[in-house]
Design a protein around this ligand. Structure first.
Ligand SMILES: CC/C=C\C/C=C\C/C=C\C/C=C\C/C=C\C/C=C\CCC(=O)O
Ligand SMILES: N[C@@H](Cc1ccccc1)C(=O)O
Ligand SMILES: [Zn+2]
Ligand SMILES: [Zn+2]
Length: 478
């Protein structure tokens, strides 16, 4: 039926098999990328030197990509890259693959291997960016390089958009690329960006891994709270200080969870499609959410990762006050990072926050805010979703379930809603709770086979996007 049928699936024309030499070169290329410290602290504070070096680096390790006549390369916002791969069939609507080159900072301590060493140990390449997101960036270019070296000519045009400031908003990278393509009148069939993974070990009782393709992502608010009080000598302190007032306010926010929104948004769809993977009685419970919804909703709240799927979360991330040991501080400031559930809006959440704080000495200042992203289609006609599903089944035959879900983090793809309504966030990698914690944490690493598989996935995906997607004529049995 439609795109979901097995019958018409054409095997990729070029098998995704790589020689020992190619496999060695691809892991060395990733290590080199990890060694360039492309750290972003804020939109104003990015490592320009490292980003420029990174631009040189990809040109060196993927020479064919950058000299192919039907590929146009443009540098946008100084360090982002847009590749336009012109396919042989202009009648097919183009798609876009995305990744980003910047990374979050890494503490010096706590790592088994220094975060920017790119060292290989016990079969893993270690370092900041090995999962978020130099793996995707390098794998996309690597897969294309290998296809070109085999003289592959794509039928369907596609773009590769590589942002350089994703971790600090994407305003100079993704946002400019999006504006440029819009000015050119481009419309995309779909986009694939980072986001969710093949999840393994996140849900008790669920032994088998499943692939979750994010069809939406949470909204976000960075909110600054500030208290101003009259400064003075600490030897005769007033009853309350700016620090005390602010600390109490943000503690109330931490202690008062936002409402549980279970039942609204794509999560219900996720659970229903996942239900049959569970043993009895969980399968029955999840298939009958009209009855067991309240129970499942309470169970999901118990774990901090699944909790993030059912509600807007509030994280206290920065706190600043005090200038000297014996001075009552005039100002205290805190920043809270809020991630908005798909069923709520920025305005609704701000109203809730003010109601929880209820202290008019607190001044609020919205630093950045955006609503949750619209839900992309995941039905049988949804080309991008079905291509991902097909490729997952080919590369990961042991993964029997592919479900739509939401991304709890944000991605550069949110800047492209002007070009398509089909945005999918998926990394073709296994993720375990341990590796989940390493993203933005310590000991981020990718196994060499996992990286090779990611390259293989994109190598096949590009070919699948070129295969005939019309439903095959019905095969009559003789
Ligand atoms: C019913 C489903 C139940 C459970 C699923 C369990 C866990 C799934 C949730 C989260 C784990 C998946 C993804 C990792 C989250 C964030 C990374 C996403 C974007 C990264 C953007 C960035 O920081 O550059
Ligand atoms: N991707 C990062 C950084 C980011 C945050 C908010 C908006 C855009 C990007 C995150 O989700 O934390
Ligand atoms: Zn990140
Ligand atoms: Zn990322």
């Amino acid at each position: 039926k439609g795109l979901k049928g097995q019958g018409h699936q054409r095997a990729p024309q070029i098998p995704s098999q790589f020689s020992p030499g190619e496999r060695f070169a691809m892991k060395e290329a990733l290590k080199g990328a990890i060694r360039i410290p492309t750290v972003s602290f804020s939109p104003e504070d990015i490592n320009a030197t490292a980003l420029a070096e990174f631009g040189e680096y990809i040109r060196t390790v993927f020479p064919t990509v950058f000299k192919t006549s039907f590929i146009r390369h443009e540098v946008i916002g100084d360090y982002s890259h847009l590749l336009t791969v012109r396919g042989s069939d202009p009648g097919l609507q183009p798609y876009m693959l995305m990744a980003h080159s910047d990374v979050v900072p890494a503490s010096d301590g706590g790592w088994e291997v220094p975060p920017f060493s790119g060292l290989e140990r016990d079969g893993f390449i270690h370092g900041r960016g090995t999962l978020d997101n130099k793996n995707s960036l390098m794998a996309i270019l690597q897969a294309l390089e290998l296809l070109l070296n085999r003289n592959y000519i794509p039928r369907r045009s596609f773009f590769i958009a590589l942002g350089h400031d994703e971790e600090v908003s994407g305003q100079n990278g993704a946002q400019k690329i999006s504006a440029l393509l819009q000015a050119r009148g481009t419309k995309l069939a779909f986009i694939v960006d980072e986001g969710n993974f093949i999840l393994d070990g996140f849900i008790p009782h669920l032994k088998k891994p499943f692939a979750m393709i994010a069809v939406s992502e949470k909204g976000s608010i960075n909110l600054r709270l500030q208290v101003n009080m009259t400064p003075g000598h600490s030897s005769a302190p007033p009853k309350e200080t700016s620090i005390g007032v602010l600390a109490a306010a943000i503690s109330r926010l931490e202690q008062t969870p936002m409402p549980n929104m279970f039942g609204s948004g794509p999560l219900k769809m996720t659970l229903q499609e996942l239900a049959h993977e569970f043993p009895f009685p969980a399968n029955i419970i999840l298939s009958n959410l009209w009855l067991f919804g309240p129970l499942v909703s309470r169970l999901m709240e118990r774990n901090y990762i699944t909790n993030a799927l059912v509600r807007t979360t509030t994280a206290l991330t920065m706190f600043n006050a005090g200038v000297k040991v014996n001075v009552i501080p005039p100002v205290a400031q805190a920043i809270i990072n809020i991630r908005i559930h798909p069923a709520q809006t920025v305005q609704e959440v701000l109203d809730l926050v003010k109601n929880i704080v209820t202290d008019n000495r607190i001044q609020f200042h919205v630093l950045t805010a955006f609503d949750p992203l619209p839900v992309s289609p995941s039905d049988h006609q949804a080309l991008g979703y079905q291509l991902l599903r097909q490729t997952i089944q080919s590369i990961f035959p042991e993964v029997s379930t592919v479900v739509p879900g939401i991304c709890i983090g944000n991605t550069d793809s949110r800047h492209y809603t002007n070009l398509t309504t089909s945005i999918y966030r998926f990394n073709p990698l296994y993720l375990h709770p341990q590796s989940f914690r390493s993203i933005h944490g310590i000991n981020e690493k990718i196994s060499v086979p996992a990286y090779e598989t990611q390259v293989k996935f994109i190598f096949e995906f590009i070919q699948n996007a070129d295969a005939d997607q019309e439903p095959a004529p019905h095969q009559h049995e003789l």
